[in-house]
Write a protein that binds this ligand. Structure first.
Ligand SMILES: Cc1ncc(COP(=O)(O)O)c(C=O)c1O
Length: 385
């Protein structure tokens, strides 16, 4: 068990993001810790939310989400991946991807079951697996390449394994799983009759490589719960509109758990995200281009500051190895960084069970205005070593 998780999450303690964001506030530091953009998404989507509020769409939406949004999610999966889902039976709107992850794990596994996931992992995975009463088994993605040993994956799967929890593009590493890796995961899932829960919130933020939903692999659609996020795709993270696409029995199971979590959420924002999902391809291309520029700028600035950068292929994040700075303890580094130079980052070790594997890694968010990224890099460059 990761001691940092014990310290930070159990029982329901403060997450590293809350701790680091509080530190940013306290010190006035630039917060490259938490992954949220510092500019809003498209005006047309914002206006759609205002319209929905003004036109009185402010009461509980239907439990599975407003039909406009479910139809837009269906069309999005069809347009980008050729995946067909029934908008009434196979799509469920959730309170962000966060609730989708929680409801899926609560619905699909319990005491005695094991969930296999890759580490480093997004922190809510460990908490939700624990809340479901299941056991986490991890396969390590090893820096700097973040590949995994197929034998590690085979060994992690036991007769108790129920769910394989996947995340691509991957937070915190920025890894985009390759077709060959996904094909292997798909074969193992079928050999062992596993369900796959796949968190694809960064699906539109792939800078190198290609996002391939695992549900598109032969035999996978019927055992896969795919999770998306309107907050991530349209830069409105505070609206908390997410979704699940899966076959009817799996959606029904996730819905059963979801109805006792939030029941419903984000009524007017659901209509707005429906508008976003129908934007032309140009929006998605431009969004990716803008974020790729930010990724490039942050990576160049971090390298210029003397840090070894593990260049991400996607997502909001870039990782550095602070051994290039002559330091080894990422947690201590991040706790001192706001005081030393006015920048907040997140120690990647909190995302690992194998603390050795992540001890010297630190994650920075690139989804900020360029002047903010530049200023953060200038401050890091001036850091006394
Ligand atoms: C991998 C991953 N999954 C899920 C989420 C949560 O998404 P949402 O804001 O839609 O709940 C995040 C947010 O940072 C994330 O990085």
């Amino acid at each position: 068990m990761n001691p940092y998780l014990v310290e930070r999450l159990q029982p329901f303690g403060t997450t590293i993001f809350a701790e680091m964001s509080a530190l940013a506030l306290e010190t006035g530091a630039i917060n490259l810790g938490q992954g949220f953009p510092d500019t809003d998404g498209p005006d047309v989507v914002k206006e759609a939310a205002v319209d929905a509020i003004r036109s009185g769409r402010n009461q509980y939406p239907p439990g599975i989400g407003v039909p406009e949004l479910r139809r837009a999610i269906r069309a999005h999966q069809q347009r980008f991946y050729g995946l067909e889902y029934d908008a009434d039976e196979e799509i469920l709107v959730t309170a962000g991807a966060t609730e989708a992850i929680a409801a899926a794990l609560l619905a699909l596994c319990g005491p005695g079951d094991e969930v296999v996931t890759f580490e480093p992992y997004y922190d809510s995975y460990a908490a939700c697996i624990a809340m479901a009463g299941a056991t986490r088994r991890v396969v390590t993605l090893r820096a700097p390449g973040y590949t995994f040993d197929p034998d590690d994956l085979r060994r992690a799967v036991t007769p108790r394994t129920k769910v394989l929890l996947l995340n691509s593009p991957h937070n915190p590493t920025g890894k985009v799983f390759t077709r060959a890796e996904l094909a292997l995961i798909a074969v193992i899932a079928q050999e062992h009759d596993l369900l796959v829960v796949t968190d694809e919130v960064y699906e539109h933020l792939v800078y190198e490589g290609e996002h391939i939903p695992i549900a598109t692999f032969p035999g996978m659609r019927d055992r896969t719960v795919t999770i998306g996020s309107g907050g991530k795709t349209f830069s409105f993270t505070g609206w908390k509109v997410g979704w699940v696409c899966a076959p009817p029995a799996l959606v029904a199971a996730v819905k059963t758990a979801k109805q006792f979590l939030t029941y419903v959420s984000s009524g007017p924002f659901q209509y707005a995200i429906a508008v976003g999902l129908q934007l032309p391809d140009a929006y998605f291309t431009e969004f990716r281009r803008e974020m790729r520029d930010k990724r490039d700028r942050l990576c160049a600035g971090l390298a210029d500051a003397g840090l070894e950068v593990l260049r991400p292929q996607g997502t909001y994040f870039a990782t550095v190895d602070i051994r290039s700075f002559g330091e080894t303890d990422g947690l201590a580094f991040c706790r001192s960084l706001p005081h030393r130079c006015g920048v907040v980052a997140v120690p990647s070790v909190v995302f690992y069970d194998d603390v050795e594997a992540g001890a010297s890694l630190v994650r920075f968010a690139c989804c900020k205005r360029t002047e903010v990224l530049d200023e953060a890099c200038t401050r890091l460059k001036g850091l006394a070593r």
